[in-house]
Design a protein around this ligand. Structure first.
Ligand code: NI
Length: 168
C-alpha cells in the first residue's frame, strides 16, 4: 500500500525512532509499504518515520531501476565506522522543492538486521554511503536541512514558509 510521506515542517519528522525488538508481520508489512511508497515517489531512500512510524527501519535503492531486486532493507542500522569527506547535493521526499549540498562521510560501514533478522554489514561509499547517513539521520529526527549553515537554513525556512502559504 502506498502511504502518505510526511513533509517538512511536520513535527513527526523530528521525533526519535525506537529500535525494532522483533521482526513481526507488521514490520514486514511496513517494509512492503515503504518500498511501494518510495518507488512510487520515486526516491532512492526512505525511513519509517517519514510515514509517521517511529521504528528504526530504512530502505535504500540507488540502482535507479525502481524495482525491488536492488532494495536494501536495514533494521536498527548503526554506523560502526566512517571516514573521508563527501559534499554532494541532497534532496528528500519529506522536503519539497529544495536541494542543497551537505557535508557527509565518503565511506561508512553500516551494521543492521535484514528482514529475516540476520545481521548484515555494508561497506558503503559515495552515493550509497550518503544515502545510509541521510536515512539513519531520519531515525534520529534529523533532516538534511539541519546540516546546513545557519544562513542557508534560514533561507530554506523562509522559502518553505512562503511555499506553505501559497499552497493554503
Ligand atoms: Ni530524506
Amino acid at each position: 500500500m502506498i502511504r502518505t510521506i510526511l513533509t517538512y515542517p511536520n513535527p513527526e519528522l523530528k521525533k526519535k525512532s525506537a529500535p525494532v525488538t522483533i521482526i513481526t508481520d507488521s514490520v514486514r508489512e511496513l517494509v512492503r509499504d515503504m518500498a511501494e511508497s518510495m518507488y512510487a515517489a520515486p526516491g532512492v531512500g526512505l525511513a519509517a518515520p517519514q510515514l509517521g512510524i517511529h521504528q528504526r527501519v530504512i530502505i535504500i535503492d540507488i540502482s535507479g531501476k525502481n524495482e525491488p531486486p536492488d532494495l536494501i532493507v536495514a533494521i536498527n542500522p548503526t554506523i560502526i565506522h566512517a571516514e573521508g569527506e563527501a559534499y554532494e547535493e541532497e534532496g528528500c521526499l519529506s522536503v519539497l522543492d529544495y536541494a542543497a549540498n551537505v557535508k557527509r562521510y565518503a565511506r561508512v560501514i553500516v551494521k543492521a538486521l535484514d528482514l529475516e533478522g540476520a545481521e548484515r554489514t555494508w561497506n558503503a561509499e559515495d552515493l550509497l554511503a550518503i544515502a545510509f547517513q541521510h536515512e539513519i539521520d531520519h531515525l534520529d529526527g534529523i533532516l538534511f536541512v539541519d546540516h546546513l549553515s545557519t544562513l542557508k537554513r534560514e533561507l530554506f525556512q523562509r522559502k518553505a514558509r512562503k511555499a506553505a502559504e501559497e499552497r493554503r
